[in-house]
Design a protein around this ligand. Sequence first.
Ligand code: MGD
Ligand code: MGD
Ligand code: SF4
Ligand code: MO
Length: 732
Amino acid sequence: MQRREFLKLSSAVASTALLGGGLTACSEPAEWQKMMTEAPAKITPTVCNICFWSCAAQVHTRGSRLWKITGNPTDSHSEGRLCTRGTGGVGAYADPNRLLKPLLRVSKGGSQSLEPVSWDDALDFIGQRMTKIATEYGPEHFAAMVHGAGAQHFLHLARAYGTDSVAEPAFAQCRGARDTGYFLTFGQGLASPEQTDMENARCVVLIGTHIGENLHNSQVRTFTDAVRNDAHIIVVDPRFSVAASKAHHWLPIRPGTDIALMLAWMNVILAERRFDAAYISTNTVGFDELAAHVAPFTPEWAYGETGITPVQIRETARLMAMAAPACVFHPGRHAAWWGDDTQRARAMAILSGLLGIWGQKGGYYLPEKVDVPSYPAPPYPTPRTSWRDLTLKQFPLAGAPVTNVVLEHSIGKDAFYKGLLVYETNLPMTIPNGAQQLAQAAQALDLIVAIDVQPSEITGFADVVLPECSYLERYDGLRNDAEREPSVAVRTPALRPLGDSKPGWWIAKQIGTRLNLDAFFPWNDYKEVIDWQLNQLGLSLLELEKTGVHYFPRKTPVYCDPGTIPRLATPSGKIELFSATLQETGFDPLPRYTPPKTPPSGYYHLNYGRAPQHSFSRTQNNPVLYQLMPENVVWIHPLVAAQFEISNGSYVRLLNQDGIVSNKVRVRVTERTRPDSVWLAHGFGHEARGLVLAYGRGANDAALMTRILYDPIMGSTGMRGNFVTFRKELAV
Ligand SMILES: Nc1nc2c(c(=O)[nH]1)N[C@H]1C(S)=C(S)[C@@H](COP(=O)(O)OP(=O)(O)OC[C@H]3O[C@@H](n4cnc5c(=O)[nH]c(N)nc54)[C@H](O)[C@@H]3O)O[C@H]1N2
Ligand SMILES: Nc1nc2c(c(=O)[nH]1)N[C@H]1C(S)=C(S)[C@@H](COP(=O)(O)OP(=O)(O)OC[C@H]3O[C@@H](n4cnc5c(=O)[nH]c(N)nc54)[C@H](O)[C@@H]3O)O[C@H]1N2
Ligand code: SF4
Ligand SMILES: [Mo]
């Protein structure tokens, strides 16, 4: 028997029996009427957790019932309005498949199952296994994979226990390559919210970045401002995205060839001397090397690679240069594409440097953060082995722990890691090949803990599943992002946790107690931590609970003086067009273009991204958002559909280059995708049976990503190198 079988949790185990009538009551008019008359409305501040834009919101309850969630009118992330998904947050509370009891893996008569247990039993089990790992191997042999606002509770627990291996998919599956490329060029990564001054821009360049489908709230608004201001919008995307439909220039690039296009843009800007020579000589290093490097990459050369005509390349390069410095290169966010991702980000950063947009109005503004002090606690022990010791051997410039490296080192009896705690990340659908790697890791690890709100795929790999209450039922750490107007926002409970679910802070503290780490949790309720922090800022929790958001005056200007930049944190203190750091670590100091593999005959690039109605793999079972989009569809170009005799609205299965077959998925025949690519929204095709609505609906892009294009510089898992063809006969 396998040490751990992957369990497709049934919903009965997880929760449903416990749910009474206290949920949102809008399904029937009579119930709704009762709710509206039963009790007066109460508003409680929160921070949305449906994605990481972290909009401040207001939860409207009546008595014990959840009525609606709206944007906090004073908040700069939401600007008073939530996106579809944030409004649908009511479904995160009302989902009948929520986890409401701790579960423990038991083996009976040769089969395994996850059975409800008490919190004490679940926590004692974790405490014993973590103590054993610390004693037998050392605490650094334990890793955590975390995401979201609650991640900080488990980062704190892990550091107190003695490990710094705490990895987030936000790095290697999301923005890590982008931030590494910008760090190498400007000495810092980009912020969230991204500091793109689109509302003041004269030109906006989007490489991929599908704003409008990528529904980051205020970002959609500032993009709309740019459109309304008649700024030149240049969208580089093989697909006619929503953003492309608003653009003056849509460049339907051959997938994977963006570096060729950007080298040609640099070529035009340099050949036509469309840059500020004084700015370049004062603020950058490596200009001569760059000029020599890009000289051969003419628009005529790039045409052959990208399919974008020399006329279009020259015209768009000139528009950018004329608008500079009010020209935003949006850095994108999901950057794990083709394996040359840090270099693609470098190309964007170099163009931004050449156009002098750093710190300039209409370019990148300078974000600022509130200096929120940490609650007093003892210093963390220093781990004997750091995540860096394992990771930097493989990926020399990884600036943060890499989820996929942690997984790799969790496989086999001699693996470095002996235990894993997973909080708010659904690794089987998040890391390409994650499901296979987890299945292997599960054979040897001494402990796997999953902390989740619903029986997602990850819970099927765990020994212990801990039910967190939803974000509407808990406090979390203050939202404190680097942004235009520094602010803090607070998440507070609007409702009592359903069933036996508990907040993350409580879970972390309870595990801490089992590990004799009480000194690191010298408070009874997380409220005390928030209140103490606010007191240091001259505020109190009581006050912030009234407003939800508080703004602080900026300490430094939002823009630099025209033509100047502050000293940067790069080795030279300037913008590094040429990167000596890359050269010293054996990488290309200037971006080099490598042509992507083209699909074999009859196969198509597997393209993927966001649908406005859903977030990642977390909302498909949300009863409200499910109604808006119950399954994803595969976009196929009419020429391809004709060739395969596939009709609009029919179902197919996708077969990838390694023989992996998807769930059946409905076809949308459309010219909005290039004939060499198909498109899928990410997050569908759930395999966990406990997600009753989402189970088996649509196709899972992650399962088809068996070919991973690792970024050799920082380890991100490029996901775009996969090809698919169609199997009609398997979909009937
Ligand atoms: N509704 C919704 N919004 C979200 C999220 C969500 O889950 N749901 N998630 C948020 C998060 S965390 C992230 S990281 C962002 C991700 O959103 P973005 O950062 O905008 O993601 P990208 O990967 O840049 O954009 C996908 C686009 O890239 C195009 N593309 C594919 N291949 C290529 C190529 O080779 N070259 C070029 N130029 N374009 C290509 C695709 O056609 C698609 O339109 O979305 C955020 N917003
Ligand atoms: N194939 C493929 N893979 C991708 C992407 C893609 O487009 N395609 N996108 C990548 C990007 S950009 C990102 S940012 C990552 C995102 O990856 P993840 O952060 O893993 O996002 P989700 O898939 O939504 O998984 C979140 C998990 O947390 C649970 N959860 C939701 N709310 C809570 C809560 O309040 N508390 C707890 N404890 N759990 C909660 C959900 O039930 C779910 O199991 O995925 C990356 N991976
Ligand atoms: S953009 Fe939408 S889902 Fe994301 S935090 Fe804001 S309201 Fe929530
Ligand atoms: Mo992301």
